[in-house]
Design a protein around this ligand. Sequence first.
Ligand SMILES: O=C(O)CCC(=O)C(=O)O
Ligand SMILES: [Fe+2]
Length: 315
Amino acid sequence: MSILPRHPKNQPTVTYIDNMKFNFSDLETNGFVILNNVVSMEEIDILIQNHKTASSSIQFTFSDKINSDTGLPVSTLKSTIESILKDINRETTIKTDRVSSSGVYFNNNYIKLDWHQDHEVFYKTQDTFNNLNFWIPIIKPNADQNGIRIIPFKTLNEKIPEITEKYIIHKGAQRFKFKDNKTTIFNDDAGTHVTLDEDILSLSEEINISPGDILIFRGDVIHRTSADTTTNRVAIAIRSMYSEGIFSKSKFFNDCAFKKNQIQNNPRNYHHIINKLEEEPDREFFKINEFTWSTSFRGTSNHYGLRGVDDKNLL
Ligand SMILES: O=C(O)CCC(=O)C(=O)O
Ligand SMILES: [Fe+2]
């Protein structure tokens, strides 16, 4: 029996199959694409049950099978995402083939993120164009509220092309603040910031999406938790990356104090990379698929901070 508030219009029972027709080229031109009705309600129910039982952890791991009435989870989500990735690789210049072994639940009762491009995945892969976030609402009563806001690249390119090219596209690990009619961009990889006269954040839009749908967005898309958090919403975010991507050790250990702090404060998220680098101390370049990712994106609600993410713990 489902305990889900159903999508009023759509009740998908099938999951994504290869060659379903979506405009994946929007990922290149606009940074995101929405796939409607591609996750079954049975799958959503599994995730909701898992989220409920995962009280001390906000991570979902794609372990093989389980269930036996019902140890949870038997999830088809990873294979769904792998099918989608095949189509994206075929239809765009984005190269992304590796699905992280776990996903993170975002519950807006606990996590309210301000404008950012993700930190952790950028520190780990040094890439954003080939990193995708599969953001999948599992509890979301209102399609057009309490979700996620993003800034489309089409709008950015139309209104502020030079700024977009210089400060946003292909960038990652950045925070954006608007004050006194100016936008400040904090680059938490370089440890620099720049203040611009433009109001970049007003170019954003709310993503209209419900359980059953998937929002896929590139790692350089600026996004935030929707400001209206009066209604409880839970989404699961699952990342994909490019296994052949090149990783530079000196870039990882650069001089940015903010980044050093992040890595030190979250050893569980970075130790697999650091171990590998220590195994081969004379090497500068590595491929992403040389790192194991089994512990990536692990965290407790405490790790992310009940007040939302503070400066110590950024995603
Ligand atoms: O779901 C949210 O509120 C924020 C999600 C987010 O920032 C992410 O998935 O990277
Ligand atoms: Fe994020």
